[in-house]
Design a protein around this ligand. Structure first.
Ligand code: ADP
Length: 280
């Protein structure tokens, strides 16, 4: 039997009731705001943890590399010392022999070949010893513009032999706190590598500038660039693609940058050529 409307009497919501509902609404709203904020800070935390994990991974890789290099360096230094002593002897006997055969051009030519070979080995031994020693930067007030100019001057012979040009792009003076000898050697190594990578007519550009508290030095060439599979190996000691290369030039450059607490990046420049950027 349908109920009569007379029995369907619901009490009209009292003012009190309505206020409570409104209050509840406000509480729910506040609650969802808090939940959303919590979610946001949770996401933020997650992101931070991810970044920290990446950084930790990178630091572990660096540490591993450093330990590996230290072991390799120790072995190389031992070998270099063993080689250095007999080399001195060979050099001495070769010069005595040169005196004895001074009137026999054919024999003299052979002796000169021995001397040239000994010189190359001595340079290699020197590089190995430098690489295996802990490189400490002796920081002092220097002018980066002057250091670059001096290094390019020292590379003049190589640049000429390779038939390439070197351009310098930077202010007339750029005061920096660096180890002058080490940074000079770094620029020289990079310019020589660039020259050797290019065909005659190529151009190597050394740019330097100040960015905030740091100095940025960039050596760029118009050579073939660095193949992708070579790019992540160029700083490894003894890695070389050259017939008579030692593979120590860039390993030493890397050490020098580390000793200045700086960074170095090798990349292929837009429009071709290799580019090495140092920030110290
Ligand atoms: P080395 O000059 O004795 O080979 P380095 O450590 O100086 O040793 O260089 C390692 C390798 O990196 C080179 O053999 C070459 O393959 C590559 N490389 C270095 N500089 C350049 C450059 N400017 N362009 C192309 N490849 C380069």
């Amino acid at each position: 039997m349908p109920s009569s409307p007379a029995h369907d009497v619901r009490p009209a919501p009292s003012v009190d009731h309505a206020r409570r509902i409104e209050e509840l609404g406000r509480i729910i709203l506040a609650y969802s705001e808090v939940t959303e904020k919590l979610q946001q800070s949770h996401d933020q935390l997650n992101r931070t943890v991810q970044i920290l994990q990446q950084e930790l991974g990178e630091k572990n890789r660096q540490l591993e590399r450093r330990n590996r290099l230290a072991a390799l360096g120790e072995m190389a230094a031992g070998l270099a010392h063993e080689i250095r002593n007999p080399l001195g002897g060979i050099q001495l006997y070769a010069s005595l022999l040169a005196g004895d055969v001074a009137d026999r051009p054919d024999s003299l030519r052979v002796v000169h070949k021995i001397t040239a070979g000994v010189k190359r080995l001595e340079a290699l031994v020197g590089q190995v010893l430098q690489f295996s020693r802990e490189i400490g930067a002796n920081l002092g007030d220097a002018d980066l513009a002057e250091l670059v100019a001096q290094s390019v001057e020292l590379a003049a012979r190589t640049l000429e032999d390779c038939g390439v040009q070197c351009r310098i792009d930077g202010p007339d003076e750029l005061p920096a706190r660096v180890d002058s000898l080490l940074i000079g050697q770094l620029v020289l190594n990079l310019v020589q590598n660039a020259a050797e990578a290019m065909e005659p007519g190529g151009v190597v550009t050394v740019r330097y500038r100040r960015v905030g508290a740091q100095c940025v030095l960039c050596v760029r060439d118009t050579g073939p660039g660095i193949p992708a599979d070579v790019l992540d190996k160029v700083f490894n000691p003894f890695f070389t693609t050259k017939e008579t290369g030692t593979g120590l030039g860039l390993a030493i450059v890397h050490r020098i940058v580390e000793a200045h607490n700086g960074t170095i990046t090798a990349r292929n420049a837009e429009g071709g050529g290799a580019e090495f950027e140092i920030v110290i």
